[in-house]
Design a protein around this ligand. Sequence first.
Ligand code: PGA
Length: 252
Amino acid sequence: MKKLIIANWKVNPDSPGRAVVLARKIESKIRPPKNVEVVIAPPLPFLSAVGAVLKKSKLGAQNVFWGDTGPYTGEVSWHQLKHFKIQYVIVGHSERRAYLGETDEIINRKVAALLRNEMSPILCVGETERSGDQIPEVVGQKLRAALKGISKQIISNLAVAYEPAWAISTNSAAAADAPDDAFRAKIYIRKILADLYGRKAAESIRVIYGGSVTAENIASFLSEARMEGALVGGASLRPDEFAEIVRIAAAT
Ligand code: PGA
């Protein structure tokens, strides 16, 4: 299974020119890794400009609307994203759940629309708080809710990102999860996927980690936590570090 390393640029940088410079720098520093898929998800208005310079990495999106066309002011649909040759779309990020009011039902619609149209949701699930090393049940509840009514026939393009909100680098007092706890979360997520879709199908779904991933800790998430990739925020804005993360992923 190829590892998945996704650059989540969030609302950065502040202009299309700077976005192109950043994308070019990343492209110039990464080798085309055979065993790693690299995805760059810039802000929507920069898709075209960034997409034009990507060769070794793929263009991704940070959000999507579930309809194709219609009266949904301000939204951008999966159908429109397809014109940019986008395969991967981040769905259900904790920042969208917290600041934009995304509910489990909305996330479920987005995941279903993407899978029905042969696109790949990167479904984010995680808890806002954790005490001790037990993975809170809310992680499983969010996962089940996001996958409600989605059949096994279309599930293979799914990837799940375990991303505890408290570990995201921009949160005060953030720190990356402990790799053995992240491993527990991975097992928990796989178990639910197996429960829903059977073991074989569950094993073909990549489970990745997000939250303060750096060049220093990526190896431990891939080896100790056995994650199949990473969702990278802050470090994806630093081309040298992001390229190093890709290099380590290719070698781990
Ligand atoms: P971070 O962000 O790597 O800066 O913690 C990850 C994310 O929010 O996707």
